[in-house]
Design a binder for this molecule. Sequence first.
Ligand SMILES: Cc1cc2nc3c(=O)[nH]c(=O)nc-3n(C[C@H](O)[C@H](O)[C@H](O)COP(=O)(O)OP(=O)(O)OC[C@H]3O[C@@H](n4cnc5c(N)ncnc54)[C@H](O)[C@@H]3O)c2cc1C
Ligand SMILES: C[S@@+](CC[C@H](N)C(=O)[O-])C[C@H]1O[C@@H](n2cnc3c(N)ncnc32)[C@H](O)[C@@H]1O
Length: 671
Amino acid sequence: MAPGNSMTSPLYPARLDWSTGLPMSADYGDVYFSRDSGLAETRHVFIDNNDLPQRFAALQNGELFTIGETGFGTGLNFLMAWQCFLADAPAGARLAFVSTEKHPLSPDDMQRALAMWPALAAEAGELLQQYQAMAPGWHRFVLAGGRITLTLLVGDALATLPELDASVDAWLLDGFAPSRNPDMWQPALFEQLARLSKPGATLATFTCAGVVRRGLAEAGFAVEKVPGFGSKREMTRGRLATPASTGWSPPWYARPQLPEHLERSAIVVGAGIAGASIAYSLAVRGWQVTVVDRHPVPANEASGNPQGVLYTKLSPHFTPLTQLILSGYSYSLRTLASSLPQSDDTWRQCGVLQLAHNAEESKRQQGLALAGLPHDILHAVDAEQASQLAGLPITQAGLYFPQGGWLHPPALVPRLLDHPNTTVRLATAITELSQNPADHSWVAIGSDGPLAIGGIAVLATANETVQFDPTFYLPVKRIRGQVSVVAATPASSSLKTVICGEGYISPARNGTHCMGATFKFDTSDTQPCNSEHQENLDMLAQMAPALHQALGGDSLAASQCNGRAALRCTSPDYLPMCGAIVDREAFNDLYAPLGRDASLKLSQDAPEVTGLFVSTAHGSRGMVTAPLCGEVLASLLDKEPAPLPKPIMDAIHPSRFLIRDIIRQKLRERD
Ligand SMILES: Cc1cc2nc3c(=O)[nH]c(=O)nc-3n(C[C@H](O)[C@H](O)[C@H](O)COP(=O)(O)OP(=O)(O)OC[C@H]3O[C@@H](n4cnc5c(N)ncnc54)[C@H](O)[C@@H]3O)c2cc1C
Ligand SMILES: C[S@@+](CC[C@H](N)C(=O)[O-])C[C@H]1O[C@@H](n2cnc3c(N)ncnc32)[C@H](O)[C@@H]1O
């Protein structure tokens, strides 16, 4: 399979045959593990033959160990590596585990398979709490209080690994036997293993097949046969002997260059969902974080609505935006599942119905329904099924997203900020960020002087990001939006799912429904107004007439609505901006030759403003993109595997507009 968009290949969930009491693949005719010896075999083949216990024990506090795996399957290898890491590594070391899986198990099959290993019950329970039906794409899990991350690349390993940005210490080469799964054990796979390996990286695999040993050797690994487990006479282990030569990649999208002895402390300006998510991702990794916001409470601007919808408007063409949204959606759901109990106050995974409200939308939905996404991610429903799901008459067909729902961002944001490593300073506006040239540390300054210091600084200040000197040039655009809040009635309380069309409405939260939202350009006004309440009511009457009637119909006046207005922050391509900031003038000078020839393979490092980062422009879907962007930044800072395919990491890089402008020879002037 050619490298490229790792989501475009059809993917279907694992089909398991349980007739022997063991999980067996109906497609490959092979077992996931053996009943008597599953744990001991994993321990022998993958853990001990990579010398993991000794290598974990030798780690320093703050050090990261990265494991790569082919074939996640039931997660048995992962859970054993996790348990072994907690037993052997020092408390301040961290484990990043990246695995590939072409046919993810359903949550039920996963639970059934892992129930066979009581010794792993604690780890399995934590994984299963976050494990839902998997869409194609990349899925980040944060586990064991942040000491362990799992990045699960759902798709064919031959398509996902070429898009991975990681440095692997040890490989667990699972996957069914080469004779049953020859498509995977290909030279292209071995080349990727070598590309992604640190010097001296090790590997272990149960197989001794010649095609595997020869392929690994050709890719640069020194391999040897060693005794296999139990009745299996031999297995293979190896070590990278000849590092792969790395090809050119655009330096303007490279990982940030960080000071060698970087102080693991951060200033995060902005306590909306973007800032709180960064604080969370850094704090669980042991960073000391100071979050500063100008308001007396967190989540007081765009992140302050009573109900935000976990909503995914996808393209059947799996565009970069769609890939980001699918990964972000599943990560937000896992964050909620692991950090905030569901209630009528906090969040509800009540499902989301997207109605086909016009011909274009209907066409998009038909394309998506046929795109091969698992039924539990989305499926088409007719008007009658939609009515049953909604609990009220619905007149249009649509798509149903069973995992979606609503959340109360002002409940999630404080939860993300509530960590012993995080200090929150509210009612504190930052007017300037200043950098100490000696050690590159940052100072956040307010009207009364310095307020916080940190080894790095992150601006999660939405539209206000352009008020800061180093980030003045980011092309953010404000779009006002207003939500309307109306009292639930006995009839409207039967609404069971979120309904979306031109706008959205959620099931009642504490006796009120939240609907919205309007879009108004070229204004910074955040006063709610009756005309926009009326727009929201008109939207509802059009989208769900029965629900509109249940709420009072035409007798429900705009003046009876409560609500709030805030400013969204968007970018020209509607993707967020997340990553390192560069010095614009120096960047334009350095890469100016691209204006004459865009194909030049320039190699100079980007002139970064050392240690300054942003997470902004989350547009209309910050509930879905902002939490994952916290993981993006933390992974860059801690040199972990990226949680998104490289093309998507590049697509959200803040420098993308500068490089596009150079290539189009259109350098923007300040003002
Ligand atoms: C009406 C409306 C409805 C929406 N509905 C949904 C939805 O259903 N689902 C969804 O996913 N998304 C929705 N969104 C989008 C979502 O709310 C945003 O994408 C998200 O809240 C952006 O989060 P943020 O942290 O980037 O920005 P914000 O929440 O605006 O946070 C920025 C923070 O930075 C602080 N700040 C700025 N400058 C300074 C400074 N100089 N010093 C100190 N602090 C500073 C601000 O005080 C603010 O708290 C909606 C948005 C609106 C407006
Ligand atoms: C023997 S099972 C793995 C067992 C697993 N490591 C565990 O701990 O349970 C092999 C796995 O490889 C997956 N697989 C097979 N071909 C693949 C490919 N080309 N890319 C990614 N995964 C693949 C299968 O779907 C299956 O889940």
